[in-house]
Design a protein around this ligand. Structure first.
Ligand code: PT1
Length: 280
């Protein structure tokens, strides 16, 4: 689990890894429409690589609360030119943020080396596609679907239920023939969770470590910050960096963020204080 092989490109998890977010969507919550043209998206990815990103996560469908689904073809049309160009331009692993097997296949063929699936390979054909593609996969917990997931989410024990779900998905993947070393898990902050649920999940994040898979988290600019601080998305940088450090302290191996430079600086300080030998 220390170094993931992302289609020949290493992702070193012996220190915290930063995944830079690249949304190629007209409607993402914090940067919708900003990087819609391939040239703008590529320029943004190069800036993130320069700022120290370890992997770039490319998405063509917004999954923020309330978002509408898009077709596989639409998603492919948005992301493919960017995956292809970036694979040639930068040596970093490229992640594809999708739930659709057609998009997974097209993106990996074009050079992507990591699949980030907020639906944890539950769509028809996704398990089989990702087994065949042979790249690492992130399985995320989501309660419901983006359009309606924030309509009164309920749990008796959010940490336990998220853990049980991820355990079930890890089992389904292994039964389908995906090697355990290829799997990453994510509690899915903001996906069918209230502010209190998100806080409980962060506080209890270490409980996911017993599942044996590296933990990825996405907290960057999310509404839990808006709810606590009353700040709009463009003013959530400091809180996002703080949450990234807290998540790493609680065992997260990969943090998915918009603001790569500030997060890399904070996590380099964390890694200096807690070298590999000092982590449990
Ligand atoms: C995430 C994630 C993701 N988040 C992974 N992939 C998003 N693995 C997209 C809000 O409350 O956490 N992990 N891909 C973005 N989704 C959201 C959800 C954006 C909630 C905003 C909110 O503001």
């Amino acid at each position: 689990m220390t170094v993931l092989d992302c289609a020949g490109r290493p992702l070193d998890l012996r220190r915290p890894a930063v995944m830079g977010i690249l949304n190629i969507t007209p409607d993402s919550f914090s940067d919708g429409g900003v990087f819609l043209s391939p040239d703008k998206a590529i320029a943004q990815a190069l800036r993130m690589a320069e700022a120290g990103a370890d992997i770039i996560d490319i998405g063509g469908e917004s999954t923020r609360p309330g978002a509408r689904p898009v077709s596989a073809q639409e998603e492919i049309d948005r992301v493919l030119p960017v995956v292809e160009a970036l694979h040639k331009k930068i040596p970093l692993p490229i992640s594809i943020d999708t739930s659709k097997p057609e998009v997974m296949r097209a993106a990996v063929k074009a050079g992507a080396g990591f699949i980030n699936d907020v639906r944890a390979l539950r769509e028809a054909g996704a398990l089989e596609a990702s087994k065949q593609l042979g790249v690492p996969v992130c399985l995320m917990h989501m309660s419901g679907e983006p359009r309606t997931m924030q309509d009164a989410p309920r749990y008796a024990d959010v940490v336990g239920e998220v853990r049980d779900f991820l355990e079930e998905r890890l089992g389904a993947c292994m039964n389908a023939g995906i090697p355990a070393q290829r799997l990453v898990i994510d509690p899915g902050f903001g996906f069918g969770k209230t502010l209190e649920h998100n806080i409980e999940l962060l506080r209890g994040l270490k409980k996911l470590q017993s599942l044996g898979a590296p933990v990825l988290v996405g907290l960057s600019r999310k509404s839990m910050i808006g709810q606590l601080l009353g700040l709009p998305v463009e003013q959530r940088l400091y809180a996002s960096v703080a949450l990234a450090v807290m998540a790493v302290q609680q065992g997260a191996c990969i943090v998915r963020v918009h603001d790569v430079g500030p997060t890399v600086e904070a996590l380099r300080m964390w890694a200096a204080v807690y070298p590999e030998s000092m982590r449990e």
